[in-house]
Design a protein. Structure first.
Length: 485
């Protein structure tokens, strides 16, 4: 049970009723209002131990109140809720000093947990911060999407903006990893410094160290003059290391040393140069598998993976497709392509597709439709025709697809044996390999069914009790569908 007085502000009477009852059952005393003015009067009078407030109310914006609340009562935790759940809302809430930001619809249990934490930390608080009052324009948002999966990304980003913690962004190709990295830079305290991006897969392996750290004249054949590397170019800003899994081991060793010591030398040089950059890395590969294969240093992984950010594939956020499609059409128009609208049926057609290329594939499709569609309005028929003509992994013959999967598994097993040189792997190989296959298979199936174990068992073709046993034995996390308000 909790003990404390909660000031609840929301212009929706139904939400006030539900939250008020839940907080009361949890042991709290609740004062509720639909007015920002009344909320501020209560705060001025010293009432309340935690504030739970919607952002938009008829007579004010709760985020505009936050600096005044922080100045008047810096130890008062303020939890803000918003149906305008974009990345900019999360950023504004963090900048203004909100204790926590919860997008609507939210999980009631999560809100109660945040209230409990707020009550437990009294006294305490966060310093006031200047709020940018510039209204956000949705078409100019760095990231688009209101799905629960993206809301979690926004919340993590908001907490990272003004830190120098190393970040590891993982996600399939086309999910927008560089967009996240740029947003972390552009809205953080290093925004006035440079943002330097380097793709490990695009640089010849033998030149990566010189590219990152620079080189002195004569350091190697062809080095006719001193060259400044990306670490120096990014001084005071952010260095984005894309496709970090493609970095060769010798360069990994040198990068690890730089992260440990905070300085580096150019290739062929002796002068120690301070490394004043915030490191954000990204990969579409499974780095833990690369560690097992001896292709990625485990100590470097933990240095880079201080805060992991997983970007969901488009198939896990289908509800974001309408917003994304319209935004891409608007962007195409701004770049000089014909103005197009899209029907609701066409949007539903897009949501039924498989998106191996994720958001990037959707953007390319919308650009093609903007050019090729003869009418101003894009119909479902035109979407279907264009989708049918696109190259797709789904169109691959089943036999060929199965053959490729078999080859991939065989290649993985061969690498496993090669790791042991001339020695045989330790006994128990069969169970170990089966376990390695079972874990990701069951985890992916659970993700596809949103944690529904009945559907997962049907999908896998196994008994439900067998599935539960496997989940328990393999310690597979299960995220069940949340009850949303």
């Amino acid at each position: 049970m909790m003990d404390g007085t909660i000031l609840l502000a929301d212009d929706d009477r139904a939400i006030r009723t539900v939250l008020g009852q839940a907080l009361t059952r949890a042991g709290c005393r609740v004062r509720s209002t639909g007015s920002a003015t009344t909320l501020w009067r209560w705060i001025e009078e010293g009432e309340g131990d935690v504030v739970v407030s919607d952002v938009m109310m008829p007579d004010g914006d709760a985020l505009d109140l936050l600096p005044a609340i922080r100045k008047k009562r810096p130890d008062l935790p303020v939890i803000v809720m918003s149906a305008q759940n974009t990345v900019m809302t999360a950023i504004r809430a963090a900048e203004a000093g909100a204790y926590e930001y919860l997008p609507k619809p939210f999980d009631l249990k999560e809100l109660l947990e945040q209230v409990r934490k707020g009550l437990a930390q009294r006294p305490g608080g966060k310093p006031a911060a200047v709020v940018d009052d510039t209204p956000e324009r949705e078409e100019n948002l760095p990231l688009i999407g209101r799905s629960p999966a993206m809301q979690e990304v926004y919340r993590i980003m908001a907490r990272l903006m003004n830190t120098d913690l190393s970040v590891m962004i993982s996600g399939e190709s086309g999910t927008g990893k560089e967009l996240v990295a740029r947003a972390l830079h552009n809205f953080g305290h290093r925004k006035n410094g440079p943002f330097v991006a380097v793709n490990m897969a695009a640089i010849p392996r033998e030149l990566i160290e010189a590219e990152l750290f620079g080189h002195e004249k004569g350091a190697f054949t062809g080095a006719t003059e001193r060259n400044v590397g990306r670490f120096e170019l990014g001084n005071g800003g952010t260095l984005f290391l894309d496709e970090i899994g493609d970095m060769p081991l010798d360069a990994q060793t040198r990068l690890l040393r730089v992260l440990q010591e905070g300085e580096f030398t150019r290739v062929g040089g002796r002068e120690a140069i301070p490394a004043n950059v915030r490191i954000i890395a990204a990969t579409h590969q499974d780095l833990k598998s690369l560690i097992i294969e001896g292709k990625f240093r485990e100590d470097l992984f933990y240095r880079l993976n201080v805060v992991p950010v997983r970007l969901p594939p488009l198939r896990e956020r289908l509800e974001d497709i309408p917003d994304l499609a319209r935004a891409f059409l608007n962007r195409a128009e701004e770049e000089g392509l014909p103005r197009k609208r899209i029907t609701q049926d066409a949007l539903e057609t897009l949501k039924r597709q498989s998106w191996a290329g994720n958001v990037r594939e959707l953007e390319n499709l919308m650009r093609r439709l903007a050019v090729l569609c003869p009418d101003e309005t894009i119909s479902a028929t035109e979407v279907e025709q264009e989708v049918a003509s696109r190259p797709s992994m789904a169109a691959e013959p089943k036999a060929q697809s199965g053959q490729k999967l078999s080859q991939a598994v065989e290649g993985h097993l061969q690498r496993y044996f090669s790791l042991h040189g001339n020695e045989l792997p330790p006994p128990g190989l069969y169970d170990r390999i089966i376990r390695e296959v079972e874990m990701p298979l069951i985890a992916l199936a659970l993700s596809a069914t949103r944690g529904n174990q009945v559907k997962t068992a049907e999908l896998l073709g196994i008994n439900r009790n067998t599935l539960r046993k496997k989940i328990r034995e393999l310690d597979i996390p299960v995220t069940r569908g949340k009850k949303l308000m």
